[in-house]
Design a binder for this molecule. Sequence first.
Ligand SMILES: [Zn+2]
Ligand SMILES: [Zn+2]
Length: 315
Amino acid sequence: MPRRSNQSDPEKLRTQLVDLLTDFEHRIASDDLRAQVKDLIPAYHLLRDLGSSLIPGDVAAARDRILHYLTTYPHTVIGGEELMVVAGISEWARRVRELRVQHGWPIITGVSVHEMVQEESLLDNEVMVNMAPDDYMLLDITPDRDAAYRWNIANDIRKEAGVGVREKILKYLRENVGHIVTGEELRYVANNKTEWARRIRELRTEDGWPVVTKQTGMPELPVGTYVLEMDRQSHVHDRKIPDAVRRTVLQRDGYKCQMDGCGWHIDEYNRADPRILELHHKKHHAAGGENTAENLITLCNSCHDRVHADHVELK
Ligand SMILES: [Zn+2]
Ligand SMILES: [Zn+2]
């Protein structure tokens, strides 16, 4: 049961706690185990009350204290034990989940970030690499108003029988074209199977879906998130490009369409009227063109379509 003292003056609570622990000295000397344990209970409660009293104002609900703490330190790795202190209840992790699922706060966990790092060549991202499984991070200081609806969709797709993880993830992404989707959501769609991050990478590197991350197409994206930029697969001959090569080409080309007179930049991305960046093989893959940075060039999808339709030769 969530419980909280009526007192919210940290100094008063601290003094009471010190008094209790001082009195506990003679209990340690006794050999009555049961009495020792029972005497320690009020100290536990006081310690919790002290932790929750640190949140200013009269924030009665543990969930709101957690939210206050996370919104005070957004984009920051927060240890689960910090949330335990400010929540003052043992079920704090459930409250974090409610904030995410019912209230739409984009809170990622170290567990999903860790699994994402393995697949997304993110080893140079210090924040992500150093997140422990019990860490949390709030990605945005405004909640997503559609979150409850989105988690419902995720739940429906998750429960579908006879459908593979890759298909489920693709289905969810296609329900959310142009929207930032957290690794938490995709992991949930995949029934928490650790393969989820690999399946997402395969959608991009094998099937040519423009599902991008901070490192593979959209540098402004928060860590731990994905976007399916557009509901379209790349041209067959432009699929199967490894992420490392993709990153090199995008960085070399400054995230801009390299067609003369175009120069569309990824910062202009607008999900209402999306254009995306794609990689094109100058010498077609089928014709023996290699998957190397030298043979690849960055084009926006509209220039890319024209290049293919008109058989334009690019150098
Ligand atoms: Zn192409
Ligand atoms: Zn273009």
